[in-house]
Design a protein around this ligand. Structure first.
Ligand code: UDP
Length: 241
């Protein structure tokens, strides 16, 4: 029996508290190969603030069945409210851990998203790890219904979608309505990072929780999103989140 995690309100959004990565991985893929039926979405301070200003984003976040803390700011609020250990779970790492567990438990997987070349390399790398990739589709398709039929026919129990937000979440929502028994996850640029087409912030920056600064320096157009981070920090310091 899998224990239900506590849900903590962060800026009006319920985020599930997981002690660490293995706890969340086991919550999603069970040792007998069955999966959590539903979808997961990463929560970070930027999204919390943006959702407060954008009802559509709020709806999208609330639509997910699991919201997990992928951002130190969210983790800090949760620790303060729960007075116990909660760990940050980076979405990119979560995906890789889930794939490793899928290989172990022979859970069938369907991959959607990214450019054809990136997707092909991702599939090959996962198969080399022993993952049962039933089928895949790059992120530049037109007919959503035809893809949903293919996913159904594949028998996949885990569907990961790398198309960026909010497209990936919209597609997941539609797919979930027709195939509610699978686990779904939007993974943004994860396949690009996994295959080395895009570099993640170097380990030291991550360790110092400065990934946001690395991204800002390498992609200054993210400044808008980062202003939301400043707002979040302010609200944290003044106990308003
Ligand atoms: N992408 C896609 N279809 C599209 C647009 C984008 O599959 O119509 C892919 C793109 O190739 C990349 C990912 O979606 O692999 C976008 O990742 P990004 O880093 O922009 O997403 P974020 O994590 O920032 O939402």
């Amino acid at each position: 029996m899998v224990q239900q995690p506590e849900v903590v309100q962060v800026g009006g959004i319920g985020v599930m508290a997981f002690a660490d990565m293995p706890e969340l991985v086991n919550y999603i893929v069970h040792d007998d190969g069955t999966v959590f039926a539903g979808s997961a979405i990463a929560m970070n301070p930027e999204k919390v603030i943006a959702a407060g200003k954008n009802p559509q984003l709020m709806q999208l976040l609330n639509q997910a069945d699991i919201r997990y803390a992928d951002g130190m700011g969210v983790v800090k609020v949760m620790r303060r409210k729960l007075k116990r250990k909660v760990k940050r779970i980076p979405g990119c790492e979560l995906w890789q851990e889930l794939m490793a567990k899928a290989a172990q438990t022979k859970t069938p997987v369907f991959l959607v998203g990214a450019k054809p070349q990136v997707l092909q390399e991702t599939v090959a790398k996962l198969q080399a790890m022993g993952v049962q990739v039933m089928d895949s589709q790059d992120g530049y398709f037109k007919d959503e219904d035809a893809l949903i039929e293919r996913i159904a026919a594949s028998g996949a129990k885990m569907v990961t979608v790398a198309m960026g937000s909010p497209r990936q979440e919209q597609f997941i929502g539609k797919c979930q309505q027709q195939l509610p028994d699978a686990y779904y996850m939007g993974v943004g640029g994860t396949y690009d990072v996994f295959t080395g087409h895009v570099k993640r912030a170097p380990a030291l920056w991550c360790k110092l929780h400065l990934e946001w600064a690395y991204r800002l320096l390498s992609q200054p157009s993210r400044i808008g999103r980062q202003m939301n981070l400043v707002t979040f920090v302010w609200r944290y310091l003044t106990h308003k989140v």
